[in-house]
Every structure is written in C-alpha cells, then in structure tokens.
Design a protein around this ligand. Structure first.
Ligand SMILES: Nc1ncnc2c1ncn2[C@@H]1O[C@H](COP(=O)(O)OP(=O)(O)O)[C@@H](O)[C@H]1O
Ligand SMILES: [Mg+2]
Length: 316
C-alpha cells in the first residue's frame, strides 16, 4: 500500500476545479493509494524523528462535500512513502521550521520538494543566479537604491515582497508616479526588509507564461493574460488562460534551469516567463494542473505521481 502525506492548508475552502494538491490527491486515490493530510501545525520533531499529526483523507469530486477526514493520528514521517510539502506561502520562519521537521524523514520516505531545496530556492530571488535569462533584477532593502534602480531599467519597475504568491503585494511603478517612494517604504517596511525590484516588461500585457517542469523537464505551458484593469497575470486575480507551446528561447531557459532543479530535488516547479524572460521560479505549491489538462494538455497529476514514486532518491 502506497501512503502519501500532503502538508497543505485546510481543504475546506479550496476550489476543487483549480487546486493542484486536490488533483494530485484525486489521482493518487484512483490508484488505490492511501492519503493523509495535515497543515504545518501538525508537524513536530523529537530528537531524530519527525512526526505528523494527520488525518486519513478521502476526496470526492463534489465541491463543498469534497473531503472526508478520519480520526487524528500521530504518525512518524517514516510511515509514508511520499510526503508532498504543498503548504501555500507566506514563505516565512514558520514555513522554514516546517521544513526542518521534514528534513528528518528517513531515506525510505520521498519528500517533494526536498526540504533543503525549498529553503534555498526563493521564488522571487533564485532567478538572480541566471543572469540574462531574467530581466534586470535588484534585491535590496535600501530605499534610495531601489528608487534609483528605476532609472537603470528605463523608468518602469515592478516591486515584489519576497515571501508571497498569487500576485500579493506586487506593484508596478512608472515614471512620474508620486506614490513610488511611499510604495518602496511600505514594501520594505521603512528599509527593514529586502524586496525585489525588477525591470518592467511591457510584454506582460500579452501574457505571463507558466511552464510546468516535472522533475526538471518542461511539460506544458499556460499563457495567463492579465485582466485589462490589473498588472497581474495570476489565475485567481482573473487572468484568462490558454495552452501555449514554448518558443525556442523559452525551451532553452527550461533546459538551463531544469537540470539544476532536478539535482536540487525539486519535482514540481512552475516557472513564469514574460517576453521570454524568467520572472519567477515557483517551488512551494505551483498550480496549473487543471487548466493544462482541461485545455487538452498532458495530465500532469499522473506524471507527477509517477515521478514522485520513481525519481532517483535520496537526492544528493
Ligand atoms: N518584470 C515584470 N514586468 C511586468 N510585469 C510583471 C513582472 N514581474 C511580475 N509581473 C506581473 O506581476 C504578476 C505576479 O508576479 P510574480 O513575480 O509572478 O509573483 P507571484 O505570481 O508570486 O505573485 C505577474 O503575473 C505579472 O503580471
Ligand atoms: Mg507568478
């Protein structure tokens, strides 16, 4: 019997037609696998052992009545064949502490993504190591330096706090914007917190392409076109989606990053590309499985399950 633990936010409020963790659970259940779920508050460690206070979970394709939970059990991480760390951001000290528990899983338990890789690949900053594959990007908490950066990149820049997702806290600043200094002050909390400032790419109006990599290999692209009245191309903000093949340049980006992601122990990654430039590397809980399958793309839930059980392990 194959047993999975999903570390996720509570399942009650999810939209089962959009939630990628649900898609993975459903595919696993259809294979006859056993599913358990918990939030990070169920994780703990004593000495060398990590534990999950979790509940066996049955999923149903009935929105609102889509899951049934068994009694609470405290199980060692070694009781699971696969652990999926799919907790949504914020990526903060609480998230990081949860990965310390997952570090203690024995070698017989595959933890995706590898906890050390979740810690070292920050979604907003890990693109810095890829130089020209990304737009010009600054990581800083210096208010003056961030404001001056706009001048280095043609006047318009996008500001991003580090620990969030789904478009949270993302703003664009254009020349002459009298709110610029105030926005930088707010986002850096008066210079106390690092943020990313990035060259504004006008191609965002044509779409932000999400490419899903399974174990380091690009498997599908989904173009997300922002609503006319918003900068952001995130699905829950109201972006429209369409399956999109990769251009040669986009394919090359994936071939550069993919092997590094695989070697680090990242199984399910969604990179964001605007105008053939890398703007984000999503590793914590990427989405897109439903949209890609519903529009005639591959069934990534099946591919991810296969990979989760067969990819070389332990990594490193
Ligand atoms: N460099 C950029 N130029 C123009 N728009 C951007 C840029 N970076 C991000 N955006 C816009 O902001 C949205 C969210 O940014 P992103 O970095 O992907 O963070 P997240 O999706 O985690 O909130 C994107 O979908 C896109 O619409
Ligand atoms: Mg994004």
């Amino acid at each position: 019997m194959t047993r999975h633990l999903f570390v996720v936010d509570p399942l009650g409020p999810i939209d089962i037609g959009k939630d990628s963790s649900f898609a993975l659970m459903w595919a696993a259940q259809l294979r006859g696998h056993e599913i358990h779920t918990c939030d990070t508050d169920g994780l703990s460690a004593v000495g060398v052992q990590g534990f999950a206070r979790c509940r066996q979970t049955m999923v149903r394709k009935r929105q609102g009545d889509h899951h049934e939970l068994g009694p609470v059990q405290s199980l060692p991480l070694g009781a699971f064949d696969v652990v999926w760390m799919r907790k949504d951001p914020p990526f903060d000290m609480q998230y990081i502490a949860a990965t310390y528990v997952l570090d203690l899983a024995p070698a017989t338990t595959r933890v995706w993504s590898r906890p050390a890789a979740l810690r070292s690949w920050n979604e907003k900053t890990s693109l810095l190591q890829f130089g020209d594959l990304a737009p010009k990007t600054l990581l800083s908490r210096d208010i003056k330096q961030i404001l001056a950066f706009a001048g280095d990149v043609g006047g318009s820049m996008v500001l991003k706090p580090l620990g969030y997702s789904g478009g949270n806290g993302i703003v664009a600043v254009h020349p002459g914007d009298l709110n610029a200094r105030s926005l930088v002050e707010i986002l850096t909390r008066q210079g106390k917190e690092f943020i990313v400032a990035q060259q504004y790419l006008p191609a965002v109006r044509e779409g932000d392409k999400r490419v899903i990599l399974v174990n380091g290999v690009a498997r599908a692209g989904l173009l997300r076109i922002p609503p006319a009245d918003d900068l952001r191309g995130n699905i829950h903000i109201g972006a429209t989606t369409q399956i999109a093949p990769l251009t040669a340049a986009e394919q090359r980006i994936c071939e550069t990053i993919g092997p590094l992601l695989r070697a680090a122990g990242h199984l399910f990654v969604g990179i964001d590309l605007i105008g053939e430039k890398l703007t984000e590397i999503n590793v914590t809980s990427p989405t897109g499985i439903h949209e890609i399958r519903d529009q005639g793309g591959p069934d990534l839930a099946e591919e991810l399950l296969d990979a989760a059980l067969s990819a070389p392990w332990p990594v490193n």
